[in-house]
Design a protein. Structure first.
Length: 271
């Protein structure tokens, strides 16, 4: 049976907030000719503590919005939403969905100490995809799991460099290092925005593993196969339309750390 048929060259992207911008940052590198639409569902952030049924409902509503706005492929730039909703979305909609998967495989294969840390949400750890990946690729490797409670809020509110943010990270990262982890998997798309602070705590010799580049590459490959990669580069500052279900200010702030000159007119509230 053949997969969904790509009919549109616009890339839809969504997350519970600004974390998915770590994936968008990679997508604009590999698809510089394609328009994109990004939705931050920050009125419902964080997804981690919410019931699966509510996350699925949000994912369906946002996917419908993205498709109405021309998306022919949707990147679920959120580990929690991927774990909760990707099967439902693929069943409901006849377009491809690309999800997030904690990068356990490359971390396990590269680890010299045979101990890796995984920092993720409770929803990700409970998901079928994560546990299937563990069974397939983490045999013979000790996996130290930590639920990063509070870290999404730290990123969303711009408190990464505060004492509170540092103390939270110390609480999650130190036990991994103490147990010998030489790779730490960033299992939530918000966490790459904490990379500098995590690296300072973890110290030299510890590699942070961000799945975003691999997700962008996979998205490119699906679109290339469908003949929808546009070769002519467009102005990056006009490439993406941003929507937020809550305040747009955090979205603007973080997006502008990636592209500082992003125009005000490309940010809107999603009704």
């Amino acid at each position: 049976m053949s997969g969904p048929v790509l009919q549109n060259n616009i890339v839809g992207i969504f997350d519970s907030g600004v974390g998915g911008l770590s994936v968008w940052r990679e997508l604009i590198k590999v698809l510089p000719g394609n328009k994109m639409v990004y939705v931050s569902d920050n009125a419902y952030s964080p997804y981690g503590p919410r019931p699966q049924s509510e996350i699925v409902s949000r994912a369906v509503e946002i996917s419908e919005f993205l498709i109405r706005n021309g998306a022919g492929i949707i990147v679920i730039a959120c580990n929690t939403a991927t774990a909760a909703a990707i099967d439902e979305l693929r069943w409901r909609f006849d377009i491809p969905f690309v999800g997030m998967e904690p990068a356990v495989k490359p971390a396990a294969q590269s680890s010299k100490s045979k101990v890796i840390g995984v920092l993720a949400t409770k929803g990700t750890f409970m998901g079928r995809l994560y546990n299937s990946t563990l069974r397939r690729f983490a045999t013979g490797v000790r996996v130290v799991e930590k639920v990063g409670t509070g870290l999404v809020d730290v990123v969303e509110s711009g408190r990464a460099d505060t004492k509170e943010g540092r103390e939270l990270l110390e609480k999650y990262i130190r036990p991994m290092i103490k147990k010998g982890a030489d790779h730490i998997v960033l299992g939530c798309t918000h966490y790459p925005f904490l990379s500098e602070q995590i690296s300072q705590i973890a110290g030299e010799g510890v590699t942070l593993v961000d799945p975003a580049p691999a997700v962008a590459k996979h998205t490119f490959e699906i679109m290339e196969k469908g003949g929808l990669v546009l070769k002519e580069r467009i102005n990056q500052l006009e490439q993406t339309k941003f929507f937020s279900t809550g305040s747009v200010e955090n979205l603007k702030r973080v997006a502008r750390t990636i592209l500082p000159s992003l125009d005000e007119g490309f940010f809107e509230h999603m009704d």
